[in-house]
Design a protein around this ligand. Structure first.
Ligand SMILES: Cc1cc2nc3c(=O)[nH]c(=O)nc-3n(C[C@H](O)[C@H](O)[C@H](O)COP(=O)(O)O)c2cc1C
Length: 379
């Protein structure tokens, strides 16, 4: 009998806690139908706005890879490399709300048991923009969407009142969340940007506005590398580039640090973990730090565009993990969510070796000079 991997998150039942995040894997009806067929418990649609956007000419996303036997990093496709990260400067969906509305309804009819979350984005700072959020929210929930995710985190919007520019302002985060909550009949998740000094501040704003959960992380602001042969950025248009977002393996530890701050500050709240996940091992880190669901983008993009092998590995991994810990009577992720949350402490709370142990001839820690060598440099 197949293991029961189901979970409740913000009042919504998921057949498994694994979602495709808002990105190219969820940009179309056909992709989302394929994703549900493949076994994803839920999807967050590519962010839907009111006005059409136009993306740059040429590639919107590229993948940075590391050579196995050198420190060389490049976006050029070549053998014997490992994925380092994705880099993108793709805007929100280039399809209008009118395009999305009938499709959301059809997807929900075809897969009523799968969770469809609509990611939405508008501006902020005046009543007209706040009404745009409400229009988007109402239209999506009327089609049967199970939850709404507020994109307060896209790192490459020029408009000062959109995306991560909103996510960096705790008051705007709160106001936008509150405006959506006024019309929402379904749970509202706020997707925050990692590009702030203390993400707990913006999270508090979202919860004050009534958010039912926080999703984190969106991509990290970054630049593509310069090709030493051509002296051009590896991704550019007419020699020009702007900052974009880093995702994939490189951001897993960064995003975990943000998540740990969030779950410690709000231990009773709900969190959806995103960033660098491609296996159950990665997802487990987020669960143990306090996330109830997790979301995947880069790994799915590189696996037949919607991640059929990734979701198989995630669900099999969770089933194996539950079986391995059968003696603990863990019946689902909720039984181990947050188990390691309190293990992240201040540096000063970490035990120190005594004098003798410290210089006592123990093996030098990997990456550090031996105590005698370090002394020479300081004399
Ligand atoms: C090409 C691309 C487009 C994206 N578009 C959106 C978007 O429209 N809305 C959004 O909230 N996040 C967007 N994201 C961010 C992802 O949903 C996700 O938060 C991020 O990529 C980190 O997850 P990963 O490490 O699994 O890629 C996009 C990411 C990529 C790579």
């Amino acid at each position: 009998m197949a293991a029961d991997l189901s979970t409740m998150f913000t009042g919504v039942r998921f057949r498994n806690p694994f979602l495709l995040s808002s990105a190219p894997p969820t940009e179309s009806e056909s992709n989302i139908l394929r994703a549900f067929d493949a076994g994803w418990g839920g999807v967050v649609t590519k962010t839907i706005g009111l006005h059409p956007v136009v993306n740059v000419i040429g590639p919107k996303t590229k993948f940075l890879r590391a050579d196995a036997d050198s420190a060389h990093l490049s976006m050029k496709k070549r053998p014997d490399t490992a994925l380092h990260s994705s880099w993108n400067w793709e805007l929100i969906s280039d399809k209008t709300l009118d395009w999305w509305v009938p499709r959301l309804g059809r997807i929900k009819q075809a897969f009523p048991e799968h969770v469809l979350v609509a990611s939405i984005m508008a501006g902020s700072g005046n009543d007209t923009e706040l009404r745009h959020w409400q229009t988007l929210a109402t239209a999506c929930q009327d089609q049967g969407c199970d939850a709404l995710e507020l994109n307060l985190s896209c790192p490459h919007m020029d408009r000062q009142d959109m995306g991560s520019n909103v996510g960096k302002d705790k008051e705007l985060v709160s106001i936008v969340t509150h405006a959506v909550k006024e019309v929402a009949r379904v749970p509202v998740w706020a997707k925050l940007t990692p590009s702030t000094t203390d993400i707990v501040v913006e999270a508090r704003g979202a919860f004050l506005g009534g958010a039912d959960a926080i999703s984190s992380s969106n991509t990290f602001t970054s630049l593509p590398l310069i090709d030493v042969e051509t002296l051009e950025f590896e991704i550019n248009v007419d020699g020009l580039v702007s900052t974009g977002g880093l995702g994939g393996p490189a951001i897993l530890p960064l995003s975990l640090a943000k998540m740990s701050q969030l779950t410690q500050a709000f231990p009773d709240r709900r969190f959806s973990g995103i960033g660098g996940i491609s296996t159950f091992e990665h997802a487990l880190n987020y669960f143990l730090l306090g996330c109830g669901t997790v979301q995947v983008c880069t790994a799915a993009m590189l696996d037949h565009a919607v991640g059929p092998n990734v979701i198989r590995e995630l669900t099999h991994g969770l089933a194996r993990f539950l079986e391995k810990h059968a003696d603990k009577s863990w019946r689902g992720v909720d039984d181990f969510v947050g188990l390691l949350r309190q293990r992240v402490v201040a540096q000063s709370a970490i035990r120190r070796p005594d004098e003798k142990e410290y210089y006592g001839g123990h093996q030098t820690a990997e990456g550090y000079a031996a105590p005698e060598e370090a002394k020479v440099g300081t004399e």
